[in-house]
Design a protein around this ligand. Structure first.
Ligand SMILES: [Zn+2]
Length: 166
């Protein structure tokens, strides 16, 4: 690692520490030339799958989209940036459990709902309302009632099967 102060090509690692249960490595480094110390953080960059949209087009997974959706859902709720970061990291792990090649955008939406339900019931309802674009009131009210009983447990959201015939 190049020194950020004097640009010397080599710096010495003084100390390595695992953070976030080993998902992040923090290193204290010292430049042998100018003697200054600095810190680096090492994280894994996961190769995320492609996302298949409703119209069949594929696009690269974009963390930013999920982040924006969640930020909107937790607006004025007592949720910290760190909590949001953790939720996103859990969602990404769950995405990779489904596939590292491609998955449907609605599967991602379902995962976001599942984790938001656990994080904050109000944020969950907000997100679900937007995401699912509830068209009838009954369905929305049913979700509300259900949520009152399950807000402190992780309950998987039943994926809505659009192709099912009634
Ligand atoms: Zn230096």
């Amino acid at each position: 690692m190049k020194c950020p102060y004097c640009s010397a090509p080599d710096t010495k690692v003084l100390d390595s520490r695992n953070l976030e249960e080993g998902c992040v490595i923090r290193r204290r480094r010292k430049c042998e030339s100018c003697q200054k110390r600095f810190t680096t953080f090492e994280t894994v960059e996961l190769a995320m799958p492609m996302v298949i949209k409703r119209d069949g087009r594929r696009e690269p997974y974009q963390q930013d989209k999920i982040l924006k959706g969640i930020e909107k859902a937790v607006e004025k709720r007592p949720i910290s940036a760190l909590q949001i970061e953790r939720v996103i990291s859990n969602i990404e792990k769950a995405i990779l459990d489904i596939s590292d090649k491609e998955l449907q955008s609605k599967e991602i939406g379902n995962l976001v709902m599942m984790y938001l339900r656990h994080l904050d019931p109000v944020a969950y309802i907000r997100f679900a309302a937007v995401y699912r674009k509830f068209q009838d009131v009954d369905e929305f009210v049913n979700e509300l009632k259900h949520d009152e009983y399950t807000q402190y447990k992780i309950m998987p959201v039943q994926p809505k099967d659009d192709s099912r015939e009634h």
